[in-house]
Design a protein around this ligand. Structure first.
Ligand SMILES: CC(C)(COP(=O)(O)OP(=O)(O)OC[C@H]1O[C@@H](n2cnc3c(N)ncnc32)[C@H](O)[C@@H]1OP(=O)(O)O)[C@@H](O)C(=O)NCCC(=O)NCCS
Length: 182
C-alpha cells in the first residue's frame, strides 16, 4: 500500500468507491457515512472533486490517498470548516473501498492526514454514527475525544441513529481566545 497526495487521476476510483456505498447500504444498513436520498450525479461528483483538488492546491485543505494495485482505494480529507470564523477547524472525512477495509488502510490514511494538518488547523473535528464501532475506536486510538452526541441525529429508512461529534486538538488555542480567558 502506498500513501500519497491527491492526484487528478484519482477521480474515477474515488467516485466508484463513493457510489458503491449506495449499493452497500442496501445490504448493510449500518454503513457509517451519511448518504443523500438519491445517489448524486456524476456532475455533482466532478464539482466535489474539483473543489477538493483546488482547496488542496491552494494549501487550504489536506487530502491523502491510499493506492493499491495502481488505484486509489481510500482517501482521507481534512477541509476547513465552512463557517467564516471557524477556518482554524479542520473537518475530517474518511472512506476506504469495501474490499480493502480492515487491513490498516484507514489508520494509515488518518495518521498521514493528521500529520499534514498540523500547522494548518488548530483542531480537527469529525462526526460519526454512534453505531460505527470500528470507526469510533479508530478515532479514539488516535486521540479524538467525543464532545457531543445528538440523539437520533440521523434518520435512515425510518430508523434513528445517534450522531456523535469528536475532536482532536492539534495546537493550543491562540492567547486570549476562548471562554476560559474571559
Ligand atoms: C471506517 C473505515 C474508514 C476504517 O478504515 P479501515 O481501513 O477499514 O480501518 P483499519 O483497517 O485501519 O482499522 C482501524 C481499526 O478498526 C478495527 N477494524 C476495522 N474494521 C474492522 C472489522 N471489520 N472487524 C474488526 N475490527 C475492525 C481494526 O482492528 C483497527 O484497529 P487496530 O488498528 O487497533 O487493529 C472503513 O471501514 C470505511 O470506509 N467504512 C465505511 C465508511 C465509514 O464508516 N467511514 C467513516 C465515517 S466517520
Amino acid at each position: 500500500m502506498r500513501i500519497r497526495g491527491l492526484e487528478w487521476k484519482d477521480f474515477p476510483a474515488m467516485v466508484d468507491t463513493y457510489f458503491a456505498l449506495y449499493d452497500e447500504v442496501q445490504t448493510d444498513p449500518e454503513v457509517g457515512i451519511s448518504l443523500f436520498p438519491q445517489k448524486p450525479s456524476f456532475a455533482d461528483e466532478i464539482e466535489w472533486f474539483a473543489s477538493l483538488f483546488r482547496s488542496v492546491h491552494e494549501g487550504a485543505a489536506v487530502a491523502v490517498i491510499a493506492e493499491e494495485e495502481g488505484r486509489a482505494v481510500g482517501h482521507c480529507a481534512v477541509r476547513p470548516n465552512s463557517g467564516p470564523e471557524s477556518r482554524h477547524v479542520g473537518v475530517l472525512g474518511l472512506l476506504v473501498d469495501q474490499k480493502w477495509r480492515a487491513k490498516g488502510i484507514g489508520r494509515a490514511l488518518m495518521i498521514e492526514a493528521l500529520a499534514q494538518s498540523r500547522g494548518k488547523f488548530e483542531m480537527v473535528e469529525l462526526s460519526v454514527f454512534a453505531t460505527n464501532a470500528h470507526a469510533r475506536r479508530l478515532y479514539e486510538s488516535l486521540g479524538f475525544r467525543r464532545w457531543g452526541t445528538l440523539p437520533n441525529g440521523l434518520r435512515r429508512n425510518g430508523r434513528y441513529i445517534d450522531h456523535e461529534w469528536m475532536v482532536l486538538q492539534l495546537s493550543p488555542p491562540a492567547q486570549g481566545a476562548g471562554p476560559s480567558n474571559r
